[in-house]
Design a protein around this ligand. Structure first.
Ligand code: C5P
Length: 237
């Protein structure tokens, strides 16, 4: 069944405190996003990849696509929030112009800043998405989650064993994810972070959750860049 990928890469990387958004930071001569693209492009059952990037980085992205010969990739403008970037990517999949590439049955959504994703886990997500309509990666929590009062005191804490961190990749049938974005509200676009939640709320599709490997970790802070670099060096040497 045809599987396509949306990589939201429209962020400006504020939390790293660097000028360059983290997805465009270079390791061994190649930007981080190119490693993530490569992880998907090398999988034969993935037909196409759409990358959503901020307008100011569009030329840079076009250059990366050409320089590293990413043949399955197309860049589209990102949006002001992560949901808007993903939505633009999903819409672009519905407007595919290449005749050899049909509308996908399943869409995998993955952050551009999680380059170490592996084929066997992507396959689990794609299969579960095809069967259930939606699927997502989860990981055990590393810290306990607490709610605070507006004055900065403890309100309540959650029982850690009961909760999981929602990670990427997530997978959806094209019908579920495109309908979820058509039906959701402006405030979902502005404040929401969870695609799985939109699928449940607007399509009644409850996601299958699958525990993923630690390598799904997201490059978020400056220190993560050093860790990413050493993994890239290790896996390439
Ligand atoms: O900020 P955070 O690390 O959660 O971002 C996760 C992913 O969402 C990144 O790949 C980032 O580029 C993307 N994003 C986006 N459009 C935005 C904000 C973030 O595609 N407006």
């Amino acid at each position: 069944f045809p599987v396509s990928v949306v990589l939201p890469a429209g962020g400006t990387g504020e939390r790293t405190g660097l000028q360059t958004p983290k997805q465009f930071c270079t390791f061994l001569g190649r930007p981080l996003i190119s490693y993530t693209i490569q992880a998907f492009e090398s999988i034969p059952w993935i037909q196409s990849i759409v990358v959503a990037v901020a307008k100011e980085n569009m030329d840079l992205m076009t250059d990366i696509i050409q320089r590293f010969k990413h043949r399955k990739v197309r860049a589209v403008p990102g949006g002001s929030t992560r949901h808007r970037s993903i939505c633009n990517g999903v819409l672009a999949l519905g407007e595919e112009e290449r005749p050899a590439v049909g509308r996908p049955k399943v869409v995998i959504i993955h952050d551009a800043v999680r380059p170490f994703v592996e084929e066997d886990f992507l396959y689990k997500i794609a299969m579960a998405a095809k069967e259930q309509g939606a699927a997502g990666a989860i990981r055990p929590l590393v810290s306990t989650v607490i709610a605070t009062t507006s004055e900065g005191y403890l309100d309540h804490s959650l029982e850690r064993a009961k909760y999981r961190a929602s990670e990427m990749p997530q997978g959806f049938t094209y019908d579920v994810i495109s309908q979820a974005y058509q039906r959701c509200s402006e405030s979902d676009f502005e404040f929401g972070t969870e695609c799985l939640h939109l699928a449940l709320q607007y399509c009644g599709t409850n996601a299958k959750l699958i525990e993923g490997p630690p390598t799904l970790w997201k490059v978020t802070y400056k220190r993560d860049l050093a860790a990413a670099e050493s993994i890239i060096k290790e896996t390439l040497s």
